[in-house]
Design a protein around this ligand. Sequence first.
Ligand code: FE2
Ligand code: FE2
Length: 345
Amino acid sequence: MEICWQFDYAIEIEKLRNLYAKAKKHQWDAAEDVAWDTPVDPSKPIIDESQFLFERLLVIRALSPSQREAFTAHMSCHLLSQFLHGEQGALMTAAALTHAVPDYEGKLYAATQTMDEARHVEVYERYINKLAMIYPISPWLKHLIDVTLESGNWVKIAIGMNMVVEGLALGAFHNMRRATTCELLRTITNNVLQDESRHVAFGNVYVGETLRDMHPDDREDVADFAFEAVKLISDAQGGPGGEGRRAPDPGFVQMLETVGIEPRDFVKSLLEAKAGGLRAQMPPGQIHSFRDLMLPALVRVGAVTERSRERFADAGIPVWDDATRLEALEDQDTGVADLDAIEAV
Ligand SMILES: [Fe+2]
Ligand SMILES: [Fe+2]
């Protein structure tokens, strides 16, 4: 990326100054401020079992109680490993933003996000190792973060990370926080969510302002990037509702083998269950990342254009634009998200 000095130290974007001030005030120490001595029992389900579609498969029901406990712990670790690797990606993109944003106040803010993400990597690494083991990153997630970092354009980096990847992560964090039976994981995720609410607000404030002033051709280029990033996740997850076929994930296969499940049996059981009408049920209050966070965030800043709407339509991805839950999550006035209020929305 181009070297981007800024010698004008006057602050013009007040909202960024505020976010920077809040970020400084709400720093926490991953080592000191988390009660790491809270016991974690890997034999107890970390995530309420009824939340997992997989728990209803015949191949899982046929497991012995001890195998089933191992499956639940390792399955949780596979999911949390994606959080961990995603946080490392966020650490790198936030550092890239510090380098590349043109405004002084933008650089100050991005430095705080860099520290936030470092802390998030630290907590998830520590937690996963209390539970079982770290699994490899899903190839599609790595690809999406690589493409974002390689874009060489800070607006695309902020869209790829602060709106698309963090939209996905925020939904998953929020749902994890509601579903977990582990006090330690709930505390960690609460703390992380408070930080993430600023990261989403940053994307909104700064990218929104920049896109408004952008040449229409450049805005279309950014809109294409946003579409492709969303489509990449949608394709990997079997569509925005997750009904279709998911992309292969060697880490997931490794997880099955580790707990003694033959991957072929697992896939067969999953396909049979789906043919028999088994669907993931979203409990009330659950956040849907595409509908509640990702798409509304992109629409709100103008990263979806009339032209790119057609691309979304062709790809079968609805352009949801209700930002109510997104706004509840990012509470810009206090810098503290009211997590319980989101469920009432
Ligand atoms: Fe993070
Ligand atoms: Fe973040």
